[in-house]
Design a protein around this ligand. Sequence first.
Ligand SMILES: [Zn+2]
Length: 115
Amino acid sequence: MRCKYCNERCATDFCGHECREKYDSFLTFSKKYLNLFLLGMFGPIVLLILPFIFDGHLLFMAVACFVWAVTLIVFPFATPQTTESSGVKRSIALLRWTGIVFIIMGLFMLFLNAL
Ligand SMILES: [Zn+2]
């Protein structure tokens, strides 16, 4: 068995009191902000449709990337499958890194837009 939070091997669901608390508070946090997370993930899709109406599509894509980045860094809510297989702690880190990749992509698009 592995700890549901840190994914270390242990005899029960959690390796200690601390992991259990962190897991519970993350669960409460993710339930509270799930709608905001979904808005942040699906909202930018509208920004990707706008370029077909207006010019400057790179700018819209850059903004979409930044919204995704902020959403993933502030609300790192992975799918239940991911948290199940690698633990909450690691899936949070994974999503935050994905957010950083989106920032880099957004900056790259701003750079291309400025050319
Ligand atoms: Zn643990």
